[in-house]
Design a protein around this ligand. Sequence first.
Ligand code: BG6
Length: 500
Amino acid sequence: MSKKQPEPCTYVIFGATGNLSKVKLMPALYHLEEAKKLSDDTRIMLVGRRDWNNETCIAKVRSWIEATARQGIQPAVFERFTKKLSFFKGDLTNVEMYSRLSEQLSISTCTNGNAAFYMSIRPADFGQVVQKLSEAGLLEQTVGWRRVIVEKPFGYNLESAQALHHRLSRYLQEDQIYRIDHYLGKGTVQNMLVFRFSNTMMEPLWNRNYIDHVQITHSESFGVGSRADYYDGAGAMRDMIQSHLLQLLTLIAMEPPVSMEAEDLRDEKVKVLKSVRPISKNAVHAHAFRAQYQAGSINGESVPGYLQEDKVPAESVTETFAALKLYIDNWRWRGVPFYLRTGKRMAKGQSSVSICFKDPPQQFFRDKQIVRIKPNWIVMGIQPTECLRMEMTVKEPGLEMRTRQTSLDASFRMEGEQATDAYEDLLLDVIEGDRSLFLRYDEVEWLWRVIDPVLKVWSTERDYIKGYPAGSWGPSESRHLFEKEHQKWRHSLDPESDDF
Ligand code: BG6
């Protein structure tokens, strides 16, 4: 992860009037400006079909940033930022737009010919846009660099990912493609790498000899919102597990890389994915579980079920909850189950990784008042609670031999320290040409290989899907995935909570 001085470039945002641009990309670029990470000569070009001009564009961007800026909008920073902004009206399907774009880019000599094209557009359009960019000569790296940033989903399954890759690689070299998984831009996620590879204390314990199982959870209390168009065709397994949660799994399970350089890091992540035990067709139900939210209540407010949401087809069996059990068949992890779980409209929004250690070989205090010593856990809260905790058992003060759980906290962020958004890191990495936090193509293929068998079986079971009330932790049947009696979903980050 080498950090060089940021070079000037033109950031061309396709789909710039859409939601991602509004809530993530423009605020992230603004925060980079605030942190003085953008060179003065950087240009940001918002491409869209709307009838905007530079003034309307700046007014819109101002309103987006007003709603999101961490320290409110700073007039001097915003003024610098607006000097970089321009609106470019154009239709992605129109060839003429690309020649105009080419002219425009050649005018901005101050950017040294560097340009990054951000595909904040429907995945179905990735292919044609890249093709047209190439035909207009916009991907040639004769003067500066040309990079393309692709948002997920990268394909719909292994086959479509291969087809998309085949198409893109006709026009782009692998090192021009930046496949985003925004989880890798989160500070708490990057901290997992630091925690693992900068501290020697944990390494001897980080294996099948000491670890009982690993849980990776991302729950959300909100529903599908206005995204049913996309979500109903994807479902929770593709939307969260194939991408973000499997990324977390690779970081937890990978071997120490030769270096933190992109290829070394990604080599190790790919090795983990290659070692995931394939799930045979007959084993799908023992390894995967899905369900869909029904009407319920969240924080005392009634909310509709998935089928009542806007644009959701009446008969949809798309899963909004998915859980998966995986084994990594290598020397470090063989026999340790990894349980991955995600859901919308759950009791609470929380992303975390919880690592449960094995019981001590003997329960010395069995004849005392202690029924069963609780295991040690390492709990990594990713959001909204950020934490890194080691949970241990200690004696309660007093004459009796009672125990309780306590934790050692290794906070990631000190009081008063600002959090940055994942997109800030990633958009800057693109300018710096640092691909360590982006997915390499072979990684994408292996991610699909892990979940494809499950998706295939589910796609044939279209008559029924188990429901769960909004505001719950999902159907209790998902517990069938657990291998052992004592294993159960951990919902809380609190060591003393019984809400496991
Ligand atoms: C996106 C998914 O990739 O990640 C969404 O498409 C999900 O469905 C989101 O809500 C979660 O991201 P974050 O950063 O809010 O945890």
